[in-house]
Design a binder for this molecule. Structure first.
Ligand SMILES: [Fe+2]
Length: 374
């Protein structure tokens, strides 16, 4: 069971109804790391949940930085001095020997292309990145697109563009389905937005020594496993993605209990095309996709449940990197899906992560001429 807000040790509810995770406990002692008396290194990145309201997001034109790398004579030159190990044949590369804070704009363009092609890059030894200030995080993300501001999650004080995940021995601010046998669910981040994210950067500032891995899958490889006739049918379909359940989760008092922007529902193609690589990818997920437009309920449920189950059980498309300290993972949210693994609850340790989430284009149908607004 999740801890209720009233039980959380480090929360206060001031008159502004702003929820804030404070660096001190209610008995006045300082919050320290789990195993020593050092102050927590990333106290400036702890989540707050202000009650302010955001207006609806507006459309914008996304120019993908990966396009610029396509014409580069060596679009992988940012990896010239790196060690690159493919995590699985179809998804993910683990990289050492690159310091992300040193990448210039040209290298960041190359990074975007490499992420689009491999789905997921896991960079080790990135303490300089983690220790950067929030303004650096914003500038990093803005190279790749307009930064998404999450409607319900916690963020560092003054930096709503930085989405935080947070769980410790007393509470959780994550989207965890306590009445499910498996309390986390496969998804592409905020796929309900008209322009869902593209290149997404995520890192853990504190993590358990074991547990709390993230599972990723390639929605491109998943599609390639299906028979041509079925894929041809899927290309004709479009589905509704909804943020309502996520908003209602917060309105029920969980996860900071704030909804700063009204939830939206948008229609996306079931099979989308990556603008840079041209890869086709399944773009539905159990967390946010509610139904297929124009089909009877049972038909929609049957197809979606097949695809959701396909995502979940295709271990030959999945990568499961471990969150060693100072790791930064970067994935392309358009062609991958992921889920947290909540296997460390009983360890009663802190897991604190930050996500920088640039939005990308409105999903492009793999089927030319598929109309999304009808
Ligand atoms: Fe996610």
């Amino acid at each position: 069971m999740s801890t209720t807000l009233a039980e959380t040790h480090a929360l206060e509810v001031p008159s502004t109804a702003t929820l804030k995770l404070r660096p001190t406990t209610t008995d006045g002692t300082s919050t320290t790391s789990e195993h020593n008396e050092e102050p927590y290194r990333y106290v400036h990145l702890l989540p707050v949940f202000p009650s302010e309201r955001y207006p609806p997001l507006t459309p914008f034109e996304h120019v993908d930085p990966g396009f610029r790398a396509l014409s580069h004579p060596n679009p992988r030159s940012f990896l010239d001095n790196a060690t690159v190990v493919e995590i699985t044949p179809k998804l993910g590369s683990e990289i050492t020997g690159v310091n992300l804070v040193d990448l210039d704009n040209d290298s960041r363009d190359q990074l975007a292309l490499e992420v689009a092609r491999r789905g997921l890059l896991v960079f080790r030894d990135q303490q300089a990145f983690l220790d950067s200030d929030p303004e650096f995080f914003r500038n990093w993300g803005r190279h790749f697109g307009r930064l998404h501001i999450h409607p319900t999650s916690g963020h560092p004080e003054g930096f709503p563009e930085i989405h935080l995940v947070y769980r410790d021995e007393k509470t959780t601010y994550n989207y965890e389905l306590d009445d499910w046998v498996v309390p986390t669910v496969w998804h592409s981040d905020v796929s309900y937005e008209l322009q869902p994210p593209g290149l997404t950067t995520f890192f853990l500032l504190a993590q358990p020594e074991t547990g709390g891995d993230t599972l990723f899958t390639s929605q491109v490889s998943l599609l390639k496993k299906l028979s041509p006739a079925f894929v041809a049918f899927l290309r004709t379909l479009k589905a509704v993605h909804s943020g309502v359940a996520q908003a209602n989760f917060s309105r029920s008092g969980k996860r900071g209990a704030t909804v700063r922007r009204e939830p939206v529902e948008n229609v996306h193609p079931v099979i989308r095309r990556h603008p840079v690589t041209g890869d086709e990818a399944i773009f539905v997920n159990r967390q946010f996709t509610t139904h297929i437009v124009g089909l009877k309920r049972e038909e929609s449920d049957a197809i979606l449940n097949f695809l959701f189950t396909h995502i979940e059980r295709s271990m030959d498309n999945q990568a499961r990197p471990k969150w060693r300290p100072n790791t930064v993972a970067i994935w392309d949210n358009r062609v991958t899906a992921h889920t947290a693994i909540l296997d460390f609850k009983d360890l009663k340790v802190k897991r604190h992560g930050a996500r920088i989430t640039p939005q990308a284009e409105r999903p492009i149908p793999a089927l030319d001429g598929l109309r999304l607004d009808d």
